[in-house]
Design a protein around this ligand. Structure first.
Ligand SMILES: *[C@@H]1O[C@H](CO)[C@@H](O)[C@H](O)[C@H]1NC(C)=O
Ligand SMILES: *[C@@H]1O[C@H](CO)[C@@H](O)[C@H](O)[C@H]1NC(C)=O
Ligand SMILES: *[C@@H]1O[C@H](CO)[C@@H](O)[C@H](O)[C@H]1NC(C)=O
Length: 352
């Protein structure tokens, strides 16, 4: 607005002079693209007068004459002057940080951020200045630090790496241990978090398990009726032909409970009398299986007849905790049949 005050009287003066020279010979103040500046504020020019052009600050001239001349017919000479914005150098991202920008020309901005666990020191943003330099250099991303981790009573921490001084960088972890018979209750893993604090500190507590108790058809290495300490173990075994399934040992766990105990699985007997079976690679008459007992998980095959091809095939079945399912395809001969044709049993027909 202050401009107008000086401009108005001048305008009147210019009007006066143009009247004197006649409008057809004068050039009026030209207009150019946004980034081109003209000298002075003169509005009308006489033929032969020159007007000097320049680029606004932050822009660089590219090709074309920097002056235009008012011609006899009141037309300015042409100029191909172009003003292009200055470009700042491409900024580098800070270590452990990121940068965001859309362009790097005059008046562009670049924003900086730091990765989680790092604090930004320096300028968060920079602008490309008229002289082609950034208003601020890239900031630094310094790691967040924690003090030393708190230690619970009867406990200690083992850091994943050597710690110098009394600060620990973000992301460093450690593992809490407790002096036996104390046990870590809570999270044994410690970590220096992005906020500069440690994860929750566990406590060290004495842990015991009640007497472990026996298992059906089995025995154990200790039936002492006392509390057992954390990590104490008891071994189990099975009576006679029972087979142990699961872990041989149970251990007193951190939660004061025993780990899963094993169980004892019953043997099976073959529930038919007449016929032959394949057991442990041997083909034998059922009556010759003495004692008539197949252990849990063992496999025995029965002979079934393929009526189309007049041949036999062995069909396996497995003893599962006292239960042996006779294959559906197996047909037990009647006692008469069996005794009459002892050399002509199903099992004696040619194998398929
Ligand atoms: C930089 O940050 C400013 C302010 O938060 C935002 O307006 C601008 O869009 C950001 N620029 C870029 C390139 O992310
Ligand atoms: C560029 O311009 C800025 C702001 O005007 C100034 O502080 C800086 O010193 C200049 N840099 C150069 C290299 O001329
Ligand atoms: C065996 O039995 C089959 C039918 O089951 C019969 O065809 C065959 O003659 C018998 N052979 C002997 C030697 O008994």
């Amino acid at each position: 607005m202050r401009h107008m005050q000086t401009f108005l009287p001048l305008c009147a003066l210019v009007f006066f002079t143009t009247m004197t020279f006649g409008q057809e010979n004068a050039c009026s103040r030209p207009s150019f693209s946004d980034n081109i500046e003209m000298d002075g504020i003169q509005r009308y020019f006489n033929p032969g007068e020159e007007l000097t052009l320049s680029c606004k600050q932050g822009y660089t001239p590219l090709s074309g004459p920097r002056t235009v001349v008012c011609g006899r017919s009141g037309q300015w000479t042409k100029t191909k002057l172009k003003c292009i914005p200055k470009r700042c150098p491409y900024p580098d991202p800070p270590d452990n940080g990121e940068l965001y920008y859309e362009d790097t020309v005059y008046q562009s901005t670049v924003n900086y951020t730091c990765n989680e666990g790092f604090v930004l020191t320096g300028a968060r943003t920079a602008t490309c200045q008229a002289n082609g330099t950034w208003s601020a250099s890239a900031p630094e991303c310094k790691p967040v630090t924690c003090g030393l981790a708190p230690i619970p009573e009867f406990g200690m921490i083992v850091y994943e790496k050597r710690i110098r001084g009394d600060t620990v960088d973000y992301g460093v972890t450690g593992t809490y241990k407790c002096l036996p018979p104390h046990v870590v209750v809570g999270n044994a893993r410690a970590e220096c978090t992005a906020s500069g604090t440690w994860t929750k500190t566990p406590v060290c507590q004495v842990v015991t398990c009640p007497p472990p108790g026996g298992i059906n058809k089995g025995y154990m290495s200790s039936d002492a009726q006392r509390d057992f300490d954390f990590m104490e173990t008891v071994k189990y075994g099975c009576e006679g032909d029972y087979v142990l399934e699961g872990n041989l040992e149970a251990v007193c766990q951190q939660n004061g409970e025993w780990s899963q105990k094993p169980s004892c699985k019953a043997p099976c007997s073959v529930g038919v009398q007449r016929g032959r079976i394949l057991y442990k690679g041997q083909k034998l008459w059922i009556k010759d299986l003495k004692p008539n007992k197949i252990l849990h998980h063992e496999i025995v095959s029965f002979y079934c007849i393929d009526k189309n091809n007049e041949c036999v095939y062995a069909m396996p079945t497995q003893c599962i905790n006292g239960k042996l399912k006779i294959p559906d395809c197996f047909e037990e001969p009647s006692e008469v049949q069996f005794n009459l044709a002892s050399g002509n049993q199903t099992s004696e027909i040619r194998q398929c």
